[in-house]
Design a protein around this ligand. Structure first.
Ligand SMILES: Nc1ncnc2c1ncn2[C@@H]1O[C@H](COP(=O)(O)OP(=O)(O)OP(=O)(O)O)[C@@H](O)[C@H]1O
Ligand SMILES: [Mg+2]
Length: 479
């Protein structure tokens, strides 16, 4: 007995064989990229990357686009090709076509449970004579470009190891949204240019570092008085490089092992920051010195006091317990631990990292810590120069000159030390009625007061020095 064919079966049969026939005859090849794969229908990373590439390339050409809000992206809306849309792309003079498609859900997933998810996929079509070029180079190009766009658009992250709980270690993060940029950073244009060039060279240096056999990293030491823009510079660097920031608080790191682990956990394309390095490291030394001093003081006291009351002794015991608890919480990171960790991170995971130390007192630092190779570039952040003031005036007041006030400010800035933070503070209008002239006059007044104070202090110092010199002379004469 022949099986009976119903009309729909016949239709399917004809369609299937027609498709096979056209496939055989067609000079075109198709590659399909599915949106999700595997039992748990995990979103395919490749699909997202290609979709991003096509979104960037198609938004000008495609007529129907899909808009989505994507977490972790800087742009509020991310555009991509809508369903059943097709666009043309060209690579090395070869045309290819991409189409965005979807299939109705299959009735059952392999788990046996009903499956309601629409299957989405992107199809790449090209002539079979370009098979090699497309499979070896074009797809690679699409993936690289797509990744670069995702990287450029992502939100930067600020990681901190300071959770507030001494027993908890590891990084926690939040979005990094500091507005500082090199354009708004007040410093001499040549110096700024030099730093930007250094960063650009570093970013493009992957092959160079590989060639000379060095880990792809760069260390910066930013030093200068408070309020001269060290932290602002770090944010400007992170924004310029599009790198995440790891703000490493050394004083909450338990010991050298934890420090090493934290550094190894940092990702590539990041800035690792240790602020006020002089304070962080001295803690260990200071703590030891302080403890020794306390112990000596106590012993001295004991000798002097013949007998102590029981109450006093109990108090002392409590103090010791507190000391021990405090001691446990304090960082046991040592200078050599820090040096080893820094060198370790470069050798074990060498990819694209910048490490920045800041300090107010560069002379206090151990030369080993800041030697070239560890801290490749030493950048002095200095008091506000006239050039730096001009950047601040443009930022805060949107002016590049104003009557004869700029030359007065130039003269005063040359005669006194004022940080850009103080200058900026004085340039900000104190009320809605204050105009540019009022703000500049405020600054002039502040600069004059600062100058007078500096002169007075210098005078006092001079008098003191004279006094000391006079005394020394007298003593010498008596001898
Ligand atoms: N060079 C600068 N360019 C632009 N703004 C600056 C500059 N220096 C300081 N400022 C302003 O002053 C504020 C304080 O500066 P910042 O925190 O960067 O100083 P710092 O050198 O890190 O100081 P500290 O040594 O106390 O940490 C910033 O928020 C910024 O508004
Ligand atoms: Mg700072």
């Amino acid at each position: 007995m022949y099986e009976q064919f119903c009309p729909s079966d016949l239709h399917k049969f004809v369609e299937k064989h027609m498709n096979k026939f056209t496939d055989l005859m067609s000079p075109y090849v198709e590659i399909t990229f599915y949106e999700s794969s595997g039992e748990r229908l995990k979103q395919s990373e490749t699909y997202t990357i290609i979709q991003t590439y096509l979104g960037a390339n198609s938004s000008q050409r495609a007529k129907r686009l899909k808009a989505e809000v994507v977490e972790d992206s800087q742009s509020p809306l991310v555009l991509s090709m809508d369903d059943k849309e097709e666009i043309e792309d060209e690579f090395n003079g070869v045309k290819v076509w991409w189409s965005s498609n979807s299939k109705a859900p299959t009735r059952k997933a392999s788990s046996g449970r009903p499956n309601f998810d629409v299957v989405r996929y992107l199809t790449l079509t090209f002539h079979k004579r370009h098979r090699d070029l497309i499979t070896s180079s074009y797809i690679q190009h699409v993936l690289e470009q797509g990744k670069a766009i995702i990287f450029k658009n992502r939100r930067l992250k600020l990681y901190t190891n300071n959770s507030g709980c001494w027993w908890m270690s590891g990084w926690s993060h939040t979005n990094f949204a500091h507005p500082a940029r090199f354009e708004t950073l007040a410093m001499e244009p040549e110096k700024k240019e030099e730093i930007i060039n250094d960063l650009v060279k570093f970013k493009k240096g992957k092959e160079y570092y590989a060639k000379v056999g060095k880990a792809w990293k760069r260390g910066y030491l930013l030093y200068g008085p408070p309020g001269t823009g060290k932290s602002t510079m770090i944010s400007a660097i992170a924004n310029f490089m599009n790198y995440d920031v790891y703000d490493l608080e050394l004083t909450t790191v338990k010991d050298n092992n934890e420090l090493k682990r934290l550094l190894i956990e940092t990702s590539s394309k990041s800035v690792i920051v240790i602020e006020d390095i002089d304070c962080s490291l001295e803690l260990t030394g200071q703590r030891k010195k302080k403890k020794e001093k306390d112990r000596n003081d106590k012993n001295e006291k004991k000798d002097k006091t013949d007998k102590k009351s029981e109450e006093e002794e109990e108090e002392d015991d409590d103090d010791d317990d507190d000391d021990e608890e405090e001691e446990k919480r304090k960082s046991k990171v040592t200078l050599s631990g820090l040096l080893n960790s820094i060198d370790g991170i470069w050798s074990s995971c060498g990819g694209e990292r910048i490490i920045i130390f800041t300090t107010n007192f560069v002379d206090k630092l151990d030369p080993a810590l800041i030697r070239r190779g560890r801290m490749d570039k030493h950048i002095e952040m200095s008091y506000c120069s006239y050039q730096a003031f001009k950047v601040l005036a443009k930022n805060y007041l949107d002016v590049e000159s104003h009557g004869d006030l700029f030359p007065i400010i130039e003269k005063l800035l040359g005669e006194t030390n004022m940080s850009p933070a103080d200058v900026a503070e004085n340039l900000m209008p104190k009320s809605t009625t204050e105009d540019v002239e009022a703000c500049l006059k405020n600054l002039i007044q502040y600069l004059e007061i600062a100058k007078e104070k500096e002169e007075e202090e210098a005078k006092k110092k001079g008098e003191k020095a004279q006094l000391v010199a006079g005394k020394d002379k007298q003593e010498l004469a008596l001898d």
